[in-house]
Design a protein around this ligand. Structure first.
Ligand code: FAD
Length: 240
């Protein structure tokens, strides 16, 4: 998208100066490196794309993640090809929050408002069952706070069937676009065409009980709280 929004993009790194990889080539003057910006993007969601190289080809897999301190955890089946490839290999994890569509007078200047993070590093597989439990708890709590303590804990056999990889946050960048289209001040601003933003957010609907669920089992408080939360973080509006 050519009009990705030069005026309003902000690029921030994860934890220190940018590396050659995380230095933004576009609008580098608007970049900075703030750990808080990275944490804000990571903590506002739980879906990422894990990019690995498989036999010389990129493979980019959507999956859930959890952050605990300066560690990002991704988990899956021991049979997961992407997780097998991720172990002890370079990976790139991307997290994206869509905040809106930006409609300009010209197609050229159409854009999206977003908060995004990219993290590079070498992923390591966790072997210690206690460490795996910490990681799985982080992922579960990131998806829905309170669910870890509510649901049955993983058994030793389930832990053995689960691969967990961890990635540090040292080499990371954040990029944010916010605001209206950029073409208001140019010649296109004189066109009689509507331009502006369509804010977007993720919305949860009312809970649907599982088929056959005993009707005496009520929605647990942590799920109700999650749905009723009055001030969800950006990108996480919940409906009761
Ligand atoms: C929802 C969404 C829609 C987008 N649509 C478009 C589009 O249609 N066209 C378009 O050109 N761009 C779009 N972008 C921006 C796009 O992600 C890239 O930032 C941009 O294309 C520059 O890419 P590049 O290959 O030149 O990367 P470079 O700027 O060369 O990347 C260098 C380094 O900068 C950092 N970086 C780059 N982009 C990001 C990012 N988005 N988030 C975090 N770190 C980043 C990384 O560390 C990367 O290794 C979109 C972004 C989002 C989130």
């Amino acid at each position: 998208m050519a009009g990705e929004g030069a005026a309003t993009e902000r690029a921030k790194g994860g934890s220190g100066a940018p590396t050659e990889r995380t230095r933004l080539r576009r609008f580098p003057e608007q970049g900075s490196h703030e750990r808080a910006a990275l944490e804000a993007v990571l903590d506002a969601g739980f879906l990422c794309h894990l990019g690995v190289v498989v036999d010389g080809w990129p493979m980019v897999v959507p999956t859930t993640y959890g952050r605990a301190g300066d560690r990002l955890y991704v988990h899956g089946s021991v049979a997961s090809q992407s997780l097998r490839r991720a172990r002890s290999n370079p990976v790139c994890v991307t997290v994206t929050h869509l905040d809106g569509i930006v409609l300009a007078r010209s197609v050229f200047n159409e854009a999206a408002n977003y908060r995004a993070a990219m993290i590079y590093g070498e992923a390591q597989a966790l072997r210690d069952p206690d460490e795996k439990l910490v990681a799985l708890r982080a992922i579960s709590e990131q998806v829905l706070p309170g669910q870890w303590d509510y649901a049955r804990a993983p058994t030793a056999a389930e832990l053995a069937q689960t691969t967990v990889v961890v990635l540090g946050l040292a080499e990371a960048s954040v990029k944010v676009r916010a605001g209206p289209p950029d073409d208001g001040d140019g010649p296109d601003g004189l066109l009689s065409l509507w331009a502006g933003e369509l804010p977007a957010r993720m919305v949860y609907g009312p809970a649907r009980p599982a088929p056959g669920l005993d009707s005496s089992i009520a929605l647990p408080p942590h799920v109700r709280d999650w749905l009723d939360h009055p001030t969800p973080p950006p990108g996480h509006d919940r409906l009761g």
